[in-house]
Design a protein around this ligand. Structure first.
Ligand SMILES: NCc1[nH]cc(CCC(=O)O)c1CC(=O)O
Length: 308
């Protein structure tokens, strides 16, 4: 049977979808890749926080699932909104890549400690974390797909670029990495480094089971359930500077989640553990509740106020 895969048309998205297709082919499926443009691709001149709507990188792909034109939609897990329509289901999460953010520069001598450096990023989370941990650095907008951002770096619009290692690795830009930011401090966004595969909830149950067996990485899936429950409870999309990273070791699940004010001044974080993967969702909710209760609610209110 031929599985039709909906994807964005960016090089990173196509790489990820080809990776999914290869896993499906190994399991005996035929595949066809169906690229499409999303709002997030079309609108390049405004930051995502300003476009504001949820699912700017996913909605068009989800619509094609709902219309039955494709069987699976392939997303960066980070780009998937915290609640998806009832008619859809997140079927699988692929094994996670290294989760860190990294700093890229063409200058081999580049140092984060140099005064007056300008770092390209459009992520509210990264901007806030940089303000907190590298207050001497300035940030500049760097929207667009990875190739566009690299071009802006090459043109000298900033000294260095802050990106997820996962995308950098998949696109083969590791030679430009000058610094790996520690994930304990620059805690990544929910889902960073994993690829999410979505389907219609009413897709044939037997087919779903076979597709999931070919694609899903259970440990990553457990971590993503915890992180996504955190994000959902925080009521934040990608425009809110929240962060969450779950790890699973020897059956022990650990979730580090938090929220940072846009200025980087206010910072709330919480680490909790659970003894079983079955508690992933509850752990995400508990960490988010703790963060909200210990100052997070006030940070969210002030972010909303600043946005107007
Ligand atoms: N928001 C864009 C986006 N979505 C996923 C990735 C990287 C790949 C990943 O995290 O899996 C990126 C680029 C980046 O943040 O540098």
């Amino acid at each position: 049977m031929k599985i039709r895969l909906a994807t964005r048309a960016s090089r990173l998205a196509l790489w990820q979808t080809e990776h999914v297709a290869a896993l499906l082919q190994k399991a005996g499926f035929e595949t066809e890749i169906v690229p499409m443009q999303t709002t997030g691709d079309a609108v390049q001149d405004r930051s995502l926080a300003k476009i504001g709507s949820k699912g700017v990188f996913t909605e068009e792909l989800e619509n094609s699932l709902l219309r039955g034109e494709t069987h699976l939609a392939v997303h960066s897990a980070k780009d998937v909104q915290s609640s998806i329509p009832r008619e859809l289901e997140l079927l699988a999460f692929l094994e996670r890549e290294q989760v860190n953010d990294v700093v890229l520069s063409f200058d081999e001598q580049f140092s984060l400690d140099k005064p007056g450096i300008v770092l390209g990023t459009s992520s509210t989370r990264r901007k806030a974390q940089l303000r907190r941990f590298y207050p001497h650095a300035e940030t500049a907008e760097a929207r667009g797909n990875l190739q566009t951002r690299l071009r802006k770096l090459e043109e000298g619009q900033f000294d260095a670029l802050v990106l997820a290692y996962a995308g950098v690795h998949r696109m083969g830009y590791e030679h430009l990495v000058r610094h790996t930011l520690p994930a304990t401090q620059f805690v990544p966004a929910t889902g960073q480094g994993s690829i999410a595969v979505e389907c219609a909830a009413d897709l044939d149950a037997n087919l779903k089971t076979r597709l999931k067996a070919a694609l899903d990485h259970p440990a990553t899936h457990t971590c993503l359930l915890a992180e996504r429950a955190f994000l959902h409870t925080m009521e934040g999309g990608c425009s809110i500077p929240s962060f969450a990273l779950a790890t699973l070791e020897n059956g022990h699940l650990r979730l580090h989640g938090g929220l940072i004010s846009l200025s980087g001044e206010e910072y709330v974080e919480e680490i909790q553990t659970a003894d079983s993967p079955a508690e992933a969702h509850a752990l995400g909710v508990a960490v988010a509740d703790a963060v909200l209760g210990c100052g997070g609610r006030e940070i969210l209110a002030s972010i909303r106020e600043q946005r107007g």
